[in-house]
Design a protein around this ligand. Structure first.
Ligand SMILES: [Zn+2]
Length: 175
């Protein structure tokens, strides 16, 4: 099955900050590597995903095979990577591993597993974070497990990893 991929119309030689979002539920996130290749000056890459809408194989699924790699792509200037809506989707974990292994200048990697990082209980009007659906909380738990199994061991000492979890007061991740 051919999955949607981003068609790169040319090179974006001077682009330094890229925030990209709104994907089909089965979007292959690893394919973004080709897009990043077309942005040689890129320093900040923000991927914003609605984890509630992602419908694809989890890296934790038993049917999940070895992680794919995209050799030959080196990203020389990327320092900051933020993934908002990080989930356990295999292609997203593959993209994250790719960045850790091939973005040699990477300094900060932030993986946010909460639904809406902008609205938290400390600054919302009703004193509560935006509620997460049961599906979202389950997915957040799987995302944290995927970080433990696949990401932590790949983080070089030059990279600071921040994993943002859902607020434990408002959105508990039940077992
Ligand atoms: Zn909260």
């Amino acid at each position: 099955m051919q999955r949607d991929t981003l068609v790169v119309p040319g090179k974006f030689l001077h682009l330094q900050c890229l925030c990209i979002g709104a994907f089909n539920p089965d979007y292959d996130y690893l394919s973004l590597v080709s897009f990043l290749d077309a942005c040689p000056s890129l320093e900040t890459f923000i991927l914003s995903v609605d984890a509630d809408r992602v419908r694809q194989e989890s890296v934790l699924a038993e049917s999940s095979h070895d992680l794919r790699q995209m050799p030959g792509h080196v990203h020389r200037n990327i320092k900051d990577v933020f993934i908002i809506g990080f989930c356990s989707a295999k292609s997203m974990v593959e993209l994250t591993c790719h960045m850790l292994e091939n973005a040699k200048s990477l300094e900060y990697l932030t993986l946010n597993t909460s639904s809406n990082p902008e609205i938290s209980c400390s600054d919302s009007e009703n004193g509560r974070c935006l509620p997460m659906s049961k599906h979202m909380r389950k997915e957040a738990r799987k995302a944290l497990l995927a970080v433990e199994r696949y990401i932590l061991g790949k983080v070089p000492c030059s990279v600071e990893l921040e994993v943002v979890k859902p607020c434990s007061r408002c959105n508990t991740l039940e077992i």
